[in-house]
Design a protein around this ligand. Structure first.
Ligand code: GSH
Length: 266
């Protein structure tokens, strides 16, 4: 049995989850709690997700996991054998892993309604209850702070029009890159498509979705793999709203001390 250590809001974990499903590999997901990462650390020597444990073979980082899975389970290859297509798949994967987050994470986190969805979704993966709610009052601003530090700019965070314009521009490029076959590298899905999907699937139903939907080939890619049940933005409840208020309050009145060991959460 393969175990996948993840967060339900992690695009890199979504990428691995989609690859496991595409290859038809049975797996069990272990959602890591952001305040309890001891087991993950003992297992993998670090505290980021995704990590897989395949019968004692522990692999960290979605790119390495994808390569490991493709070598061990060659059915439905996601790394093309043809060297040109393989190079293209790896280059586009690198863009989807490193460039696309700078476009998509601001959409998920800097548009207020989307941030509510994202935080509510994150919270929904863990047991209900007052104690846990209390913990989330701390986790939510920490998570947001981590994202701001990573994807904000020196004067704060970009305004919604700028965030959406950057999304539109990137989706134009992506749509054009998909024109030949509907996939990024050759006639079949490759690791690059899964990497892009990992980020884009979260935008379904969020502010910015119309921008994606208008690019037909991008829309087809987002619809191509099984939608993450975990990724569906749920209506947030009153407790979640309170949690968000706490995060706004924190942001304007005091800067949370960054805990280098724990940040960034996402
Ligand atoms: N390059 C890594 C990036 C993974 C990553 O950034 N994971 C985030 C969640 S989306 C995380 O776990 N951050 C917390 C940490 O690194 O401690 C990959 O492809 O797997």
């Amino acid at each position: 049995m393969i175990f996948l250590y993840s967060y339900n809001i992690s695009p890199y974990a979504a990428k691995v989850r989609a690859i496991l499903r595409y290859k038809g590999l049975p797996f069990e997901e272990r959602l890591v709690h952001p305040l309890h990462r001891g087991e993950l650390k003992r297992l993998s020597g670090q505290s980021g997700v995704p990590v897989i444990d395949d019968g004692g073979q522990v692999v960290v980082d979605s790119t390495r996991i994808a390569q490991f899975l493709d070598e061990k389970y060659p059915q439905k290859r996601i790394l093309p054998e043809d060297p040109t297509l393989r190079a293209r798949a790896l280059l586009y994967e690198e863009w989807a892993d490193e460039g696309l987050p700078r476009v998509v994470q601001p959409v998920r986190w800097f548009l207020p309604k989307n941030r509510q969805h994202t935080l509510a979704l994150f919270r929904s993966a863990y047991p209900p209850g007052r104690r846990e709610d209390l913990a989330w009052k701390a986790i939510a601003p920490l998570a947001y702070h981590g994202v701001k530090r990573k994807y904000g700019n020196r004067i704060g965070i970009p305004k919604p029009p700028e965030v959406l314009n950057r999304l539109a521009e990137a989706m134009d490029y992506l749509d054009a890159a998909l024109a030949e076959t509907g996939w990024l590298a050759g006639p079949q899905p490759s690791v690059a498509d899964f990497a892009a999907w990992g980020f884009l699937n979260f935008l379904d139903g969020m502010d910015g979705w119309e921008t994606l939907k208008a690019r037909k080939r991008v829309l087809k890619l987002v619809r191509a793999f099984q939608k993450d049940e975990t990724a569906a933005p749920e209506a947030y409840d009153v407790e979640d709203a309170a949690m968000l208020d706490a995060s706004h309050h924190r942001r304007t009145t005091q800067t949370p001390t960054p805990n280098k060991k724990r940040l960034p959460l996402v």
